[in-house]
Design a protein around this ligand. Sequence first.
Ligand code: LAC
Ligand code: ZN
Length: 458
Amino acid sequence: MAISEADARALSGIVGAANCSARAPDREQHARDASHHAAHTPDLVVWPNNAEEVARILAYANAHGLPVTPWGTGTGLEGGAIPQHGGISLSLARMDAILAVHADDLQVTAQPGLPHQDLNRQLARYGLFFPPDPGANASIGGMLATNAAGIRTVRYGATKDNVLAIQVALADGRLLRLGSRSLKQSSGYNLLQLFVGSEGTLGVITEATLKLAPIPQHTGTAMASFAAVEAAVAAVLDLRLSGLDLAALEYLDSTNTRILADAGVHIAPLPTLLLELHGGAAEAVAGGMNALRAICEAHGATAFRAATDNMERTLLWKTRHSAYEAIVRNHPGQEIVIMDVAVPISAYPELIRSAQDTLDELNLVGYMKGHAGDGNIHIELPYGDETTFVRIAMANQRIAAIAVGLGGTATGEHGVGIGKRDLMRMEHGPALDLMQAMKTLLDPIGILNPGKVLPATH
Ligand code: LAC
Ligand code: ZN
C-alpha cells in the first residue's frame, strides 16, 4: 500500500522534517543492499533519532497498515533491507551513539545504527573491541538482525553470542527491554534471542548491550598452501582438534587464489588456509604458530608463511579481503550471487566435495571460500544472463539441501532475507509453523519487513 500525503506528514511530525524524505535520490539509496536481489524503492525514508520515535513510527504504521523495512548500512547479502513491498524504509543511521562503556565489565551499550568498525575505533582507547566482523562495515542493528558472524567466529562466536541485552520496539509501538547485563542469565524464556536473526520481521532493535573482548596483545597470522583440496580440508579438521585457540581459520580454493595470483598478489594458485592466533604473551603465540606449522606440514602443506609483524600480517590478510574484488574485476558487468551454507565441521570435506560436484554438473563457475573453522562456505557465482542465473538458483537449492542433509543449515551467516525463504520449510519442517505463529503474534498486520524470512503463505 502506497504512502499518502497525510501519512508522510504524520511521520514527518514524529521525526522532524529534516529526518523524513520522499526525494528520489534518498529513496533510491534505500532500494537495494549489497546482494544481487532486485531493487525495490520505498515510498519514504525516515531517520528516527531515538527509540521512542521508532516506537511511534511503528505504532503509526501498524494503525495504517504501512510496510516498514529497517535499514542499517545496506551491506546485507540476502536482500533483508530491501523494501520489497514499498512503504517506509526505516533507517537507523542517525541512532549511532555509544550510550555507555562498561569497561570493567567488558561491555558496551550502543544504538543500532552504529557501524561496528566505528564502534571499534571508539573502543580502542579502552583496549577493548567487539569481535564479530562480517567484513563489510555493517551496523550493530543489522548484525543483530541477521546474526552476522565472519572470520573471528571460530574463537569469539557470532553476533548472537556477543549480546547480553537489547531494547526492541514492537509493531504496536511497545518498547521492551530483554536480557540483562549479567553474563549468566537463566531467567525465563530467551526472548532476546528470538529477535536476534529475525531480520526486522518481529520488531526493531533500538539499543543493544554487547560483550567486548580485550584487544589481543600479540597476534600471529599464517598462510598455508596445499597441493590438493583434500589435504587442506583434512588439515582444517586437525587444526580444530589441536586445541589451539584459533582466532581465524579461513579457506580459499584455487579458483580464488589463481585470480589473486594473476592480479599480482603474492600467493600460490593453490588451495590455501589462513590462520590466526591471538594471545596475551608473545611466547604463547610463537609456540602456537610452530604447532600450526607442524599440523599443516603433516598434511603436506607446500608452503607456510607466518607473520607476527602488523604490516606482514596485513599483507597476508589482503589475499582474503581482496578476493571478492578480484572476482568482480574478472567478470566485468556481471552480477554475483554469494552462497552461504554451514555444516558441522566433520562434514566439511563432504560439503566441499558435493558443492564442487554440483557446480560441475550445472556447468557453473564458482569461487569457493570459507570460514573453515566454523564449517561455513561461501561460493561466489557470477552471471551475465538469465539461463546462468537459473542454474545458479538450482545450485543454491541443491547445495542448501546438501548442507541441511549433513546436519547443517541453508544459511550460516547471511540470513534468510529474500533469497533463502523458500528453503525454510526444507530446513525447519514443522518448526516453521511455530515461527509463523510467532510472526502472527508479534506482527498480526504484517507491517514488519514483509516478504522476508518466512515463505509466502498463499
Ligand atoms: C565474507 C562474506 C561474504 O565472508 O560473508 O566475505
Ligand atoms: Zn562470510
